[in-house]
Design a protein around this ligand. Structure first.
Ligand SMILES: *Cc1c(COP(=O)(O)O)cnc(C)c1O
Length: 355
């Protein structure tokens, strides 16, 4: 029997996925050519649905690529010429910096302690920085850049392009897309889908910048992706099945307003519940910098090993610690595809294990 997946990615897949896979097989969409009418129609319908359900501005474009990691590289190749600015709460933000450096982009990074909100007055961002790179939800340690901070960054630097890694929050909480120019997320986290695809969402300004740079050297150069998307096509044979599954999952999910409310509601309940235990504590003490979709908990390394082992025996998969907190923390996904009864089961497990 498979474990109940509380890992923050790859994570709980929507329970209707087997039904949708079967539909895709029976209807034949699973094997269509990516230059066919059927494919173009699927892409057109899917981007329209995403805009409606996630409240993505009408003038933004949505692209299908293969991973969030690929998005880091596409941005570095095609949308930045020389220099980027990064705000980092942890490992995923750092990985992004490394990708840019490897592609000869100069980088300036502000590392923010997990308990601190971003102080925009102290950010030294100037004209040499072409883009500000943010990780909205830092999956590695359960921190987030909250809406208020986000707004301050946008207001503080209105002429800069802003790129946002929202891999572990897009589809789980409300995001104001107007505040950024390039948003991306792979589908195996809050979207509850099998891994192997990512969404990249771009403002007219981001597209304009790519056109100025006019980079077309790579198979995944942004303008090649863009040119194909104008025809609702992709630049290579894509993961048609995942596009179909995304279409169906988004079609059946309520609006992001509703989904986001559920996420916040479940988050509050987790906070109250977890506060009752002495042996585990929230890794991030500041509610303002704490993620709503990935809950990181700290404890003694030996306690964590025991919890993880016992959880496995009880049929539950928990997320290991990551980076600096590898031994001293573990993580729980608070993603929309999780069922209420699965959450109740995990809570019962904690009660039995920790009391
Ligand atoms: C999971 C994750 C990634 C990497 O996603 P891939 O699909 O493996 O490329 C990048 N950034 C964040 C914030 C993530 O949570």
């Amino acid at each position: 029997m498979s474990l109940i997946n509380f890992y923050p990615g790859p994570s709980r897949v929507e329970s209707k996925v087997p039904k949708y896979v079967s539909e895709a097989y029976k209807s034949g969409i699973i094997g269509v050519n990516h230059r066919s009418e059927a494919f173009m129609d699927l892409v057109k319908r899917t981007t329209k649905l995403l805009k409606e359900k996630l409240e993505i501005p009408e003038n933004y474009e949505i692209f299908f690529v293969s991973s969030a990691t690929e998005c880091w590289e596409i941005i570095a190749q095609s949308i930045i010429k020389k220099k980027s600015f990064h705000i980092s709460y942890g490992s995923f933000a750092e990985k992004w910096v490394d990708i840019n450096k490897n592609l000869n982009i100069k980088t300036d990074t502000v590392e923010v302690p997990i308990e601190d909100e971003i102080n925009t007055d102290r950010l030294v961002i100037n004209e040499s920085h072409e883009i500000v790179c943010l990780t909205q939800n830092e999956t590695s340690n359960g921190t987030q850049i909250n809406g208020h901070n986000f707004q301050k960054i946008k207001l503080g630097f209105p002429d800069h392009l802003i790129a946002v890694d929202a891999t572990s929050s897009l589809g789980g909480i409300y995001l104001n897309f107007e505040l950024g120019d390039i948003w991306f997320a792979s589908v195996q986290k809050c979207l509850g889908l099998p891994a192997g695809m990512a969404l990249m969402i771009c403002s007219p300004n981001a597209i304009k910048k790519a056109e100025e740079i006019d980079e077309r050297k790579h198979y995944n150069s942004f303008l090649k992706i863009y040119d194909n998307m104008l025809k609702y096509q992709t630049h290579y044979t894509p993961n048609v099945l995942d596009i179909y599954l995304l279409n169906r999952v988004i079609e059946e999910r309520p609006s992001i307003e509703k989904v986001g409310k559920q996420t916040l509601n479940r988050y509050s309940k987790w906070m109250k519940f977890l506060d009752t235990f002495d042996d585990i504590n929230l890794l991030v003490k500041n509610d303002k910098t704490r993620s709503r979709t990935v809950i990181a908990l700290e404890s003694e390394p030996k306690t964590i090993i025991k919890i993880m082992d016992e959880a496995k025996k009880a049929g539950i998969s928990l997320g290991k610690g990551y980076g600096k907190w590898k031994e001293s923390s573990f993580r729980i996904a608070n993603f929309p595809a999780l069922k209420n009864h699965e959450i109740t089961y995990l809570r019962t497990f904690f009660e039995a294990e920790l009391n």
